[in-house]
Design a protein around this ligand. Structure first.
Ligand SMILES: Nc1ncnc2c1ncn2[C@@H]1O[C@H](COP(=O)(O)OP(=O)(O)O)[C@@H](O)[C@H]1O
Ligand SMILES: [Mg+2]
Length: 225
């Protein structure tokens, strides 16, 4: 599904170079749920932006379903991202003046889907928001907003869902409910899931944990018992 090969990402600001990723390697199987953990500044968001095709590496390959997305043109990469990848961030995923339903409909309409309204309603019901479809983001709780964001990200049936600290602004009980929802979607849709977090409880929901430290990835041994 996903293969990262010897990825390097170097940020240059004037004379200062920051090596955010070095020799990063990772293989994720279809349907797997992987958590990438690490401290602030370790390179988590950088890694996710490369997997999501929002940035390109200085060296190495990002292979998704056989395509090295680092070798695509900007336009091709944008199209690939629209069709194959869903992304949810910590906050501000939604368009503030649209209702929950309209937010989910937006990517469906962009993809010219005729069943946009019905599909948006189904997705919102699936994330437990059948009673909140006509609410705008400001009228929803933080957990509800993140559920809407997950529905938006799933609208065009991506094979790969990426999440960057998606529970970072939620209290721990709400965060765990959002993670339980992701685990359910991972199982029911055979969705491949890569979640970046500094929260150990969030990471514990994943099948597999990978630690990132100083831009390098390390497989974590599975917990016993
Ligand atoms: N656009 C950027 N320009 C310069 N340095 C950056 C940029 N984005 C991130 N960095 C640096 O790269 C390193 C990794 O950052 P990041 O991927 O955001 O880590 P994390 O998400 O784990 O907190 C940090 O040292 C950060 O300061
Ligand atoms: Mg980050």
């Amino acid at each position: 599904m996903l293969q990262l090969q010897n990825l390097y990402k170097i940020y240059k600001e004037g004379d200062i170079e920051t090596v955010a990723l070095r020799e990063a390697r990772l293989t994720v199987q279809p349907g797997e749920f992987v958590a990438i953990t690490g401290r602030s500044g370790a390179g988590k968001s950088t890694l996710l932006s490369l997997i999501g095709g929002l940035a390109t590496p200085n060296a190495g390959r990002v292979v998704i379903d056989g395509t090295d997305i680092a070798r695509l043109s900007e336009g091709e990469r944008a199209a690939f991202r629209r069709e194959q990848i869903g992304i949810v961030y910590q906050a501000d995923n939604l368009i503030s003046f649209l209702t929950a339903q309209e937010n989910v409909m937006a990517p469906l309409q962009l993809a010219r889907r005729k069943d946009a309204r019905r599909r948006a309603q189904e997705l919102l019901a699936e994330v437990g928001l059948a009673q909140r479809m006509q609410h705008r983001p400001a009228m929803l709780s933080g957990g509800e907003r993140q559920r809407v964001a997950i529905a938006v990200a799933l609208a065009n049936e991506p094979a790969l869902l990426l999440a960057d600290e998606l529970t970072g602004e939620l209290d721990s009980a709400t965060a765990d409910k959002v993670m339980a929802l992701l685990a359910t979607l991972n199982a029911s849709h055979k969705l491949t899931l890569v979640v970046v977090t500094h929260n150990k409880l969030v990471a514990a929901r994943a099948h597999r944990q990978v630690l990132i430290a100083d831009g390098q990835l390390f497989e974590q041994a599975a917990a016993h018992g």
